[in-house]
Structures are given as C-alpha cells and as structure tokens.
Design a protein around this ligand. Structure first.
Ligand SMILES: Nc1nc2c(ncn2[C@@H]2O[C@H](COP(=O)(O)O)[C@@H](O)[C@H]2O)c(=O)[nH]1
Length: 251
C-alpha cells in the first residue's frame, strides 16, 4: 500500500518519525510535512504568500521527505496535486503531540490534513497521542499500522476519515478500542495582555480544558477509560433537521 504521511507538529517532530518507521513495515511512505509546528492551523491554506518546498532528511532518523513552508492542508494539497505522481491509498496525519477530541477537530491541523485527504476522495486517518508530555508514540504508531491494514482489507467510504486518539499508556495498559462519536470539548481560555517594546498591548492565548459531562459513546469518555478512540468523520455540514422549517418561512 502507498501512504502519504503528514502532520502539524512539523517534519522534525518525534511523532511523525516514529509513525513513519512503523508504516514503512506495511507499505511505501511518502512524507510531505510542514517545516515548523503548525498547531491549530485548522483548514487554513496559503494563498497570499509563496509556499517553499525542499527535500529534507530529519537529523536524528532516516526519515526523508518534502518539507513544506505551509499548513498541513497545504501539504496534502501540494502533495496530491503536484509532488506525488501516484495517488496514495491513504493519507495519514500524525502522530500529534496532544489530543484532538470533540470540537478540537475544528481547530486541529492534524485532523485538517486528514480532512484534506478525504476531500480528495482518499481514505484518511488522523492520529493524536493524549498527552502533551509523554513521547512514547510507539503504541499509537503500532495501532495505526494495524488500523491501515484493516482498512486496506475492508475499505472505507472515500469521503470518510478516522480520527484516532490514543491514551498515553503502554500497549498492555490500553483497555481496548472504542468506536466513538465526537464529544463536547470546551476550554476556559485566557488572553494574557502584554506590552510590546513600543508600548502597544498584545495578547497571548492560553487556556485549560473545561471538564464536561459527555455521553458514554463519546471520544472523550473512551480516552478517560484508557481506550483508543476511533471516530468516523465526514463533511456534510448541512443541518437537514431545519430545512423543512426554513422552507416553510417562504423566504
Ligand atoms: N486554548 C485552547 N486550545 C484549543 C481550543 N480549541 C482547540 N484547542 C487546542 O488546539 C489543538 C489543535 O490541535 P493540533 O492538532 O493543531 O495541534 C487542539 O488539540 C486543542 O488542544 C481553544 O478554544 N482554546
């Protein structure tokens, strides 16, 4: 199988390199990834400035690929539409250093790269490790390789991506796999005011996750139960439930 591999933490990130080494065992892998961290880039693309592209080999691994001066969505677009001559069987994005649960998926560059793959009709997978501290990506990488082999045998609808979140635990501690829905993920954001050298105020955004009550079949509950969460996502954003009401308004 042929895999296009990207991320949003940057081509030098540990997560993509560990995943690359695992995916090499099951197929041909082309890496097209951002030059630096692009977290929270969502589906942003670069339209008003140049996109720099160069071949790059990571300093501490054998990973070589295309390094892109752009967002995760840029990486997938330019790979599929310019750099890569053969359409891959999968687009894989990750492994993100930190979770992408619930409405995180609307902000996540990791998930957006997989969305871009699914918008090109290619089955895609986004993978995130549920920790900003742990750097043991191996269990998540091993699960992802097995998941791709399962999809390859069974196939996935082309407009679908799987959003995978893996607990930061050893393979033995992980309590199984749950097929989930997106939960409700909210933050108590803080915009910290500061002064620049010219006396102008600027802000740094931070924030903590607000613990919400989530349904038992949600991704957030699965992760809290030490399970790997696999959420199927597609992009028909139409709210069909209110269409008849709107029609009755005779606008
Ligand atoms: N402080 C806040 N962080 C947020 C909010 N919504 C999402 N997020 C975080 O962004 C990352 C983006 O994911 P990545 O794959 O691009 O690294 C996501 O995982 C959340 O942790 C918010 O409202 N406030």
């Amino acid at each position: 199988m042929r895999i296009l591999l990207t991320n949003d933490d940057g081509i030098d990130a540990t997560g993509i390199q560990v995943l690359w080494q695992e995916l090499l065992k099951i197929g041909e892998v082309v890496v097209v990834a951002p030059d630096v961290e692009r977290s929270a880039a969502s589906q942003a693309i670069t339209v008003h400035s140049p996109i720099r592209v160069d071949k790059y080999c990571a300093s501490d691994s054998r990973l070589c690929g295309w390094r892109i001066g752009g967002t995760p969505a840029d990486c997938v677009k330019i790979a599929l539409e310019t750099l890569v001559s053969t359409t891959p069987d999968f687009v894989v994005s990750g492994i993100n250093h930190g979770p992408n649960l619930g409405t995180d998926v609307l902000y996540s560059g990791t998930v957006s790269a997989a969305i871009e793959g699914s918008l090109h009709g290619i089955p895609s997978v986004a993978v995130s490790l549920d920790s900003w501290k742990s750097s043991d990506f191996k269990p998540a990488a091993e699960f992802t390789a097995k998941l791709l082999q399962d999809i390859f045998q069974r196939s996935l609808p082309s407009n679908t991506l799987l959003n995978v979140n893996v607990p930061a635990l050893s393979a033995e501690q992980i309590a199984g796999v749950a097929i989930t829905k997106l939960g409700v993920r909210q933050y108590a954001n803080v915009f910290e005011p500061r002064l620049d050298p010219r006396g102008r105020t600027y802000y740094w955004m931070g924030g903590e996750v607000v613990e919400n009550v989530n349904d038992a079949d949600s991704d957030i509950v699965a992760i809290n139960k030490s399970k790997i969460s696999v959420t199927p996502i597609h992009f028909d954003l139409t709210n069909y439930g209110i269409m008849e009401t709107l029609k009755s308004w005779k606008l």
